[in-house]
Design a protein around this ligand. Structure first.
Ligand code: IMP
Ligand code: MG
Length: 183
């Protein structure tokens, strides 16, 4: 018996589809940055992008520096509060460097807009965004996204790092949940 079987409603994206997409993104990133002559700092936004970032960096074929930030915009609920708090900042100095923000999902865009502004203020050479998922129907602020894995409908999803109340991050695909799973 698979732990997830009776909790998952629909599988939106399979493990195989994810693998192929992450490979494609890694190749694009490599092609875009490898000859820049600058250091590329990959910033994984924890905890949601941990799984995606771990796979993504292994599909790149160039020197990178991995860093992390912990931000919170959500409590235990499924709606954005619009308030972003930095709970853990970068270790690296990003002045004059290329920064690639790696996110799990861009929902309203509020988190990303704040992050981008915050990092731009530190005088890097560039700040670009690679998100695993985006929900175009939910967008409240316009933020440029250079690399996007999948656009999904306005439905709450879990897996591949995304959680509901800290659970289901370890589901290997992307899925919606049955009502019982929210209890
Ligand atoms: P935004 O500020 O509204 O773009 O919120 C982005 C954050 O909300 C993400 O980093 C996730 O932590 C969370 N989030 C938004 N939609 C979902 C979802 O469908 N499943 C799980 N987390 C989500
Ligand atoms: Mg998150």
């Amino acid at each position: 018996m698979n732990y997830f079987d009776d909790k998952i409603k629909d599988i939106l994206i399979s493990e195989e589809e994810i693998k192929a997409k992450v490979k494609e993104l890694g190749e694009r990133i490599t092609a875009d940055y490898k000859d820049s002559g600058r250091e590329l700092i990959v910033v994984s936004i924890l905890r949601g992008s941990l799984v995606f970032a771990a796979d993504l960096i292994r599909e790149t074929n160039m020197p990178i520096t991995l860093d992390t930030m912990v931000v919170s915009s959500y409590g235990e609920a499924t709606k954005s509060s619009g308030v972003v708090k930095i709970n853990k900042d970068l270790e690296e100095d990003i002045v004059g460097k290329d920064v690639l923000i790696v996110e799990d999902i861009v929902d309203t865009g509020l988190t990303l807009a704040y992050l981008k502004k915050n990092l731009m203020a530190r005088d890097p050479h560039s700040v670009k965004v690679c998100t695993f998922l985006e929900k175009p129907d939910r967008k409240e602020v316009e933020v440029e996204i250079e690399y996007c894995g999948f656009s999904i409908p306005d439905e709450f999803v879990v897996g591949y790092g995304l959680d509901f109340s800290q659970r289901f991050r370890n589901y290997p695909g992307v899925a919606s949940l049955k009502p019982e799973a929210y209890m």
